[in-house]
Design a protein around this ligand. Sequence first.
Ligand SMILES: [Zn+2]
Length: 420
Amino acid sequence: MPQTNRRPSDFVDGSRLWDRHMALARFGAREDGGVDRPALSGVEADARAQIVAWGRELGLRPFTDAVANLFLRYEGRDPSLAPILVGSHIDSQPTGGKFDGVFGVVAALEAVQAIITQGERPLRSIEVVAWTNEEGSRFAPGMTGSEAFTGTRSAKELFKIQDAKGVTIQEAAEAVLSRDIDIPHRALGFPVAAFLEAHIEQGPVLEKAGIPIGVVSGIQGTRRYRVRVTGEAAHAGTALRAERKDALMAAIRMISAIDRAALEPADTMLTVGLLNVSPNAPSVVPAEAFFSIDLRHPQDEIVDQVDSEIRRITEAEKGPCEVALTQIAHARSLTFATEIRAAITRAAQRIDVPSMDIYSAAGHDARQLHYWCPTGMIFIPCHEGISHSPEEWAEPEHITAGARVLVDTIWDLATGKPPL
Ligand SMILES: [Zn+2]
């Protein structure tokens, strides 16, 4: 007979968890209820100090590194084993909400607190992490902390990135680190047994399905392009249509054919969200059309197939115009570790919280960690899928459910079941 049937999830305190979200939302609070907390800013350093204080109250040891990633360590029975790392980020977009990133960090802290309250120490250490500059809005691109940690890009290279005022990541990180009192530094990239990231979905799928937990199966592959079609300006009343080099008409033929090429399979995401026409005057044949293409699908083969169609179509439909297609981003799709996904599903089933498999449409720090250690993500619904907006909203009951599934998953992994 086990000593108790209780699980760490029984010790999750929903109101404490909610209060911590609201407390962090005060750092960089906007008048409209949103959050503006740039990476490595003064307000982010204040939020960071609050998290360190909460961790210290629980007896967790804080650590940092050269890029100001923040770790809070709860030591397991065997400190020599690689830890379970759990967290997300606390920087925001300029028009950010209260939940993006914060949920993953605060839920990780709540999970550790629930495990401490439960009273039994896990075999492996557990570390809460807040990665530096996930959003990439002050310093573009984002994922600085997780990329430096996993060595995807060197800290030296990342340090040179500047914000709009010419401040480098290195200068901003040093300013944040100078405020850390008694926080030891560790080298980037230590061994990790598993990484878990809880996050709001930032999409409408879970809310529509009425399911509180998404077991993230992977992150879909993405390709982004810019297309410039160059024609020739001419008089709308005198230039014969057969002799025109109408850049907009060529762009319309391209967009329409690309749209048709991406109709199947139905979950192919294709968006032309930007279209600029020049000179954009009612009586002038357009000399130039510039548009974007955003293509996403969970399977790389589909992304690659549409990619070759895009390349074929832009040439085939250009007519008398010139076309220049530039691919500005390419990220392969990835599938998270089966054992982590199974552990999350099991944890949800045990406490009777409905869950479903879901793909992540957006990128996260978990993308980088996936190449470092077994990694998984837990999604919770957010209202109408709205994110990066003051309107961003997650229901307290979903936040609590997410933290409960998270802590039981951590417990399984940190007690060695299944073996890692
Ligand atoms: Zn995020």
